[in-house]
Design a protein around this ligand. Structure first.
Ligand SMILES: Nc1ncnc2c1ncn2[C@@H]1O[C@H](COP(=O)(O)OP(=O)(O)OP(=O)(O)O)[C@@H](O)[C@H]1O
Ligand SMILES: [Mg+2]
Length: 339
C-alpha cells in the first residue's frame, strides 16, 4: 500500500477572541475541533459544510498558514512542526492554497509576468528572467489564458474574475506542488465560468498527479467536482467531520442527518425529481456558535432525528463499513448491537 502523502491527526485550531470591543475577557473559537483524515498521492478530498464550520481554517492549517492548537499534520509520515527549516520550506512549497477571493489574492501593481515569475525565481525553478518569461507563457497556456502573449503584460484589474482565478491557479502550480488546497475557488466568480475552473483543476490533477483538497459550502459544486473526479467527500459541522466516504456513495446514500439536509437543499433541475426528494425539516435553522458549541452531538439542536442520548454524549466518528465513516448515534448504537 502506498504511503499517505498527508495525514491530519486530531487537528484542533482554536482562536482566542475578545468577548466585546471594550471587554478584556476572552473566549475560544473552536474553529477546527478534532479533525482526522489521510490522503494518498493523487487523491481528491472534497470538504463541504456551512459557512463558519471551519473549512478555511482547516485548509490554512494544512497549508501551514495557521498554526494548530494541537494535533499533527504529517507529510510523507513526517510531522511538519518537527521539520528543520529546509524541510518545512519544502513542505510549504509543496502545498499551495487557492483562496476564495481572486480579487484580494493578487497584487494590483504587479503584472501577470511579475506575479508568475516571482515564485519561479524565488524557488530557483528557473535560472533567470528569460527562462522565467518562457515558463510564465507556458503556465498561461496550461491554464487556458490564451494567447499567452496577450496576457503576460496585463495587470489584474484588466482581467475578468474567471481569468484572475486562472492566473491564481497558474501561480499555485508554478512551483510544482504536490498538494493543492482549493478554498471555494469558484464562489466569487460568475456562474458561467465556474465549471471551467473546476474542470481546469481536475485536468491539472490528472496531468500533474496533484493531490487535491477542494473546499466548498455548496453541495452542488461538491457533486459536480466528485462526479467528474471521484474521490472522497468529508462533511464538516462546527469544526468536526461528521461523515466521510467515497463521493458517489455519500451522495447516493447519505447517512448523517446533516448530510441528508445538505443534499436535500441542492436544487434539482427536474421538478419531477424535486417532488420525490426526501424533505427534511430541521428543528432549528440557526447555526450554533463555535465559541459555545452544543454539548453531546453538535448537530442535536437542529437534528430532525434527535434522541435523548444526542445531547448527553458525543458520538464518535466510527468506521461503519470499509470506506464509510459517520458520527451519529443512529449508527453507533447499531454497530454496537451488531458487534
Ligand atoms: N483569525 C481568526 N480569529 C478569530 N476567529 C476566527 C479566525 N478565523 C476564523 N475564525 C472563526 O472560526 C470559525 C471558522 O471559520 P472559517 O473561516 O474556517 O469557516 P468556513 O467554514 O471557511 O466558513 P465560510 O464558508 O464562511 O468560508 C468562524 O466562527 C470564524 O469566525
Ligand atoms: Mg471559508
Amino acid at each position: 500500500m502506498a504511503e499517505p502523502i498527508l495525514e491530519v491527526l486530531d487537528l484542533k485550531v482554536y482562536f482566542s477572541v475578545k468577548k466585546g470591543i471594550f471587554s478584556s475577557t476572552k473566549s475560544l473559537v473552536r474553529a477546527v475541533d478534532g479533525v482526522t483524515f489521510s490522503m494518498k498521492e493523487g487523491d481528491i478530498l472534497t470538504i463541504v459544510g456551512e459557512s463558519g464550520c471551519g473549512k478555511t481554517t482547516l485548509g490554512k492549517a494544512v497549508a501551514g498558514l495557521v498554526k494548530p492548537s494541537s494535533g499533527k499534520i504529517l507529510f510523507y509520515g513526517k510531522d511538519i512542526y518537527s521539520m528543520d527549516k529546509k524541510e518545512y520550506m519544502n513542505y510549504r512549497r509543496n502545498v499551495q492554497m487557492i483562496h476564495q477571493d481572486p480579487y484580494a489574492s493578487l497584487n494590483p501593481v504587479k503584472t501577470v509576468y511579475k506575479i508568475l515569475s516571482t515564485p519561479l525565481l524565488r524557488w530557483g525553478i528557473v535560472s533567470g528572467e528569460e527562462e522565467a518569461r518562457r515558463r510564465a507563457l507556458d503556465l498561461l497556456e496550461i491554464v487556458g489564458l490564451t494567447p499567452p502573449d496577450y496576457f503576460i503584460n496585463k495587470y489584474p484589474h484588466q482581467l475578468s474574475g474567471g481569468q484572475r482565478q486562472r492566473l491564481i491557479v497558474a501561480r499555485a502550480i508554478s512551483v510544482e506542488p504536490k498538494i493543492i488546497v482549493a478554498d471555494e475557488p469558484i464562489t466569487m466568480i460568475d456562474v458561467s465560468l465556474r465549471l471551467g475552473i473546476l474542470d481546469l483543476l481536475l485536468d491539472l490533477r490528472k496531468k500533474m498527479g496533484l493531490t487535491v483538497i477542494f473546499i466548498t459550502h455548496d453541495f452542488g459544486a461538491a457533486r459536480y467536482f466528485s462526479a467528474k473526479g471521484g474521490g472522497d467527500i468529508a462533511v464538516m459541522y462546527l469544526g468536526k467531520i461528521v461523515e466521510k466516504g467515497p463521493a458517489e456513495s455519500v451522495i447516493q446514500e447519505p447517512l448523517h442527518p446533516y448530510t441528508k439536509t445538505l443534499i436535500a437543499a441542492v436544487p434539482e433541475p427536474d421538478p419531477k425529481y424535486s417532488r420525490t426528494k426526501e424533505r427534511i425539516r430541521l428543528r432549528s435553522l440557526d447555526i450554533p456558535s463555535p465559541i459555545n458549541p452544543p454539548p453531546g452531538c453538535r448537530f442535536h439542536t437542529r437534528c430532525p432525528l434527535y434522541m435523548e442520548v444526542c445531547s448527553e454524549r458525543e458520538p464518535p466518528l466510527v468506521q461503519l463499513t470499509n470506506d464509510r465513516e459517520v458520527s451519529c448515534f443512529l449508527y453507533t448504537e447499531f454497530s454496537e448491537k451488531k458487534a
